[in-house]
Design a protein around this ligand. Structure first.
Ligand SMILES: [Mn+2]
Length: 347
């Protein structure tokens, strides 16, 4: 069904007060002039109508935007990377999506994401459950013909029909491959574990040429080795990378506030490092973070991690931009090297 983009308006955060991601300037996704100077446009997709178990991710955008103890002043200089994560970021608010209408909501999200991408910004979508990655990636794929996807998750999300439906948070990756939006052999998955999906779905994934890294392989080889391999595949003949982060890739001890927690995952530290590396070393053209479910969170653990995943991604992108115009930054650079008033005073 066709939803006209002009039927949409900036809604503001759909659940809660109307504030932007840590105070960055607001923009209107339908008015490209309002984000012409931005590299990244944040947009909320507060949709959790595709959940198979615990809902609540519709409240994700609100907490990801605001869970931070520092002033929400639209500026976050990264201590070691020496760039301001928020310098070229604007926030378009939440799309008006109704969790009871899955296809209509997905169409609204895809239209907005495609429009933002075509107008030159990197869409960064705050979910919402993982259903939204189907329209997120499909929207970005309308601009870039050849994209690869790096997908952090406990679950493969490659189910075919679940609960009698083709659409839900367990199936977006299958829909993306079947529709031709992304090639199966350019689909990288990191952090899989638990007891779903079953052998028939794993057979289908193998037939598509997917590269899916189970936690046991990550533990055996090390996360950096797995990422190096994923980077090679992701860059092979691709114009850009879409990064999709399901917060349940982390162990429930690090991210309890999520709908389908699975023990034995990554640490928060590992996820932040991986996201930072990806956004610094790869041409990321779109990103989403999904499955943060505040009603199941404890002490804002998951909300804080979600906020930092976004900040580390933005810092990595800002550092990539800075590297292009000057001496590249090195992860091993000591924090205080080259700093101090004596070195910094103009001649
Ligand atoms: Mn998922």
């Amino acid at each position: 069904m066709a939803i006209q983009s002009d039927s949409m308006t900036r809604y503001g955060p759909m659940f809660g007060p109307d504030y932007t991601f840590l105070g960055v300037p607001a923009c209107d996704w339908q008015e490209p002039a309002t984000y012409a100077d931005a590299e990244v446009v944040i947009v909320g997709a507060p949709f959790d109508g595709g959940t198979s178990h615990r809902p609540g991710a519709r409240f994700g955008p609100q907490v990801i935007r605001g869970t931070d103890y520092l002033p929400h002043d639209g500026s976050r200089p990264h201590m070691s990377m020496r760039v301001d994560a928020l310098e070229k970021v604007k926030d378009a608010g939440d799309l008006e999506v109704y969790s009871g209408e899955i296809q209509r909501s997905c169409t609204i999200i895809e239209d907005a994401v495609a429009f933002i991408a075509k107008n030159g910004a990197i869409p960064l979508i705050l979910g919402g459950d993982h259903t939204v990655t189907w329209p997120d990636v499909a929207g970005v794929a309308k601009k870039y013909k050849n994209i690869s996807v790096i997908h952090f998750d406990a679950h493969a999300d490659t189910g075919d029909i679940e609960f009698g439906s083709l659409y839900g948070h367990g199936q977006p990756m299958r829909r993306l491959i079947e529709s031709g939006a992304v090639r199966g052999d350019r689909f990288l998955q990191v952090g899989l574990r638990g007891y779903w999906p079953g052998p028939d779905v794993l057979d289908w994934m193998a037939d598509q040429g997917m590269d899916s890294f189970h936690m046991s392989e990550i533990v055996e080889k090390g996360l950096d080795t797995v990422l190096d391999r994923a980077f090679e595949i992701a860059l092979d003949g691709c114009e850009g990378v879409f990064l999709s982060v399901d917060i349940d890739v982390c162990d429930p001890g690090h991210a309890p506030g999520t709908g389908t927690p699975e023990p034995g995952g990554l640490t928060g530290r590992q996820l932040l490092d991986a996201v930072s590396r990806i956004c610094h070393e790869l041409p990321v053209v779109g990103m989403d973070i999904v499955e943060v479910s505040p009603p199941f969170d404890h002490a804002e653990i998951t909300a804080m991690l979600g906020n930092r995943v976004v900040l580390e991604a933005l810092s990595g992108m800002a550092r990539r931009r800075a590297d292009a115009g000057g001496p590249p930054w090195n992860r091993a650079t000591p924090l205080l090297q080259g700093r101090g008033t004596q070195q910094d005073e103009p001649a």
